[in-house]
Design a protein around this ligand. Structure first.
Ligand SMILES: *Cc1c(COP(=O)(O)O)cnc(C)c1O
Length: 356
């Protein structure tokens, strides 16, 4: 049976990425060796790194003066590396859920943190709008897509200060005005590559303005200077990332991808909104994520939630169980997910509804 992959992360990758990665595991760059067993300093791998950085910059239209890094440690290490490198005195953070809170917790180790707004009062089912960011902070940090709750900030905020953003789960799903940011980071395992590599886009001039001692490996300047090759980088995930970037380019780039993502999300949200049984957990349309669609059953059908998971799983839907903090269902519609999978899920929802 055809499987439809709605996992939230690690999550669906393009068939192209998987096939090209598999080939390189057997024979990389016609070397007669696996990519798993060659030096990261070989000219063949250096070419992969260079091309991945160049395509990353091209697709996101990253201006001059920014570096793209491929590091280890996940987005979770960035929660600490960001304030260690960028927070001199005070920073502003927006609290939109679990990941934002983890970033806030680490930042507090390095300076004064002003949490300018929170949507905790309604279990993070909306994006706070009425807040002001003090003009004297070193940066404003936010999470663009809240993977767990299905909320998303799809327009670069206008807050009057430099911004830093965790774009782990919606990078490459919309154009970003990079010039407004000092740094953007994310784990690769949603829209880019298998887990193990973390991307960082950093404005070179924004570095070097804090007094504290920074260990070599945790200092962005080390990785900028050494082109992400200070130590052994995550070779295989970087290779896969390059394949995904090539695939994105072949689709027509970010604007083409965004249109496909919007279409997929619209089909699913429309089905949910038009249903007697299901209801979206994020009521405000403009706050709804186009990457992670969260929904539950209305109170009168609540006891059928478990049945629907089984029903959908029997029809090939994988990974639609909601996060434990939200319950119900979550369908992640990352870039590599085809419309066909959304249609299969909608068909399963309609069939289930008709039976009850
Ligand atoms: C998945 C995710 C993370 C965690 O990434 P790791 O690479 O596992 O540390 C952080 N932030 C967001 C928004 C995520 O979706």
């Amino acid at each position: 049976m055809k499987k439809h992959n709605f996992y939230a992360g690690p999550s669906i990758m393009s068939q192209f990425t998987i096939e090209e990665t598999a080939k390189a595991v057997h024979n990389f760059a016609d070397m007669g060796l696996s990519i798993l067993e060659i030096s990261h300093r070989s000219k063949q791998f250096q070419a992969v790194m260079d091309e991945a950085v160049a395509l990353f910059k091209e697709l996101l239209e990253i201006p001059e003066g920014y570096s793209v890094l491929f590091l280890g440690g996940g987005a979770s290490l960035q929660f600490a590396m960001v304030p260690m490198n960028m927070l001199a005195k005070k920073a502003a953070y927006l609290d939109t859920g679990v990941w934002a809170n983890k970033a806030i917790k680490e930042a507090k180790l390095f300076g004064d943190i002003d949490v300018v707004a929170s949507s905790k009062d309604k279990n993070y089912t909306y994006i706070p709008k009425d807040f002001t960011v003090p003009g004297d902070v070193d940066y404003f940090h936010y999470t663009s897509n809240n993977t767990i709750y299905g909320t998303e900030i799809r327009k670069d905020p206008e807050v009057g200060v430099r911004m830093i953003c965790d774009m782990s789960s919606d990078i490459f799903s919309r154009p970003v005005d990079i010039a407004k940011y000092d740094l953007i980071y994310g784990g690769a395992q949603k829209n880019l590559a298998p887990s193990g590599v973390t991307f960082v886009i950093v404005k070179d001039e924004a570095l070097g303005h804090v007094d504290r001692v920074i260990p070599t490996m945790l200092d962005y300047r080390t990785h900028v200077k050494k082109g992400s090759m200070f130590n052994t980088p995550p070779v295989l995930p970087i290779y896969s990332a390059l394949q995904t970037l090539k695939y994105y380019k072949s689709l027509g780039g970010i604007r083409a991808i965004e249109r496909m993502d919007m279409d997929k999300a619209e089909v699913l949200y429309n089905a949910i909104d038009g249903s007697k049984m299901f209801v979206a957990t994020v009521p405000n349309h403009e706050d709804r994520s186009i990457m992670n669609v969260c929904f539950v059953m209305k109170p009168e059908y609540k006891e059928l939630e478990k049945d629907f998971i089984d029903f959908a799983t029997e029809r090939g839907m994988m990974g639609i169980k909601g996060h434990r903090d939200v319950g119900g269902f979550r369908a992640s519609l990352y870039n590599a997910l085809p419309m066909e999978s959304v249609e299969a899920l909608v068909a399963a929802m309609k069939e289930f509804e008709a039976k009850h």
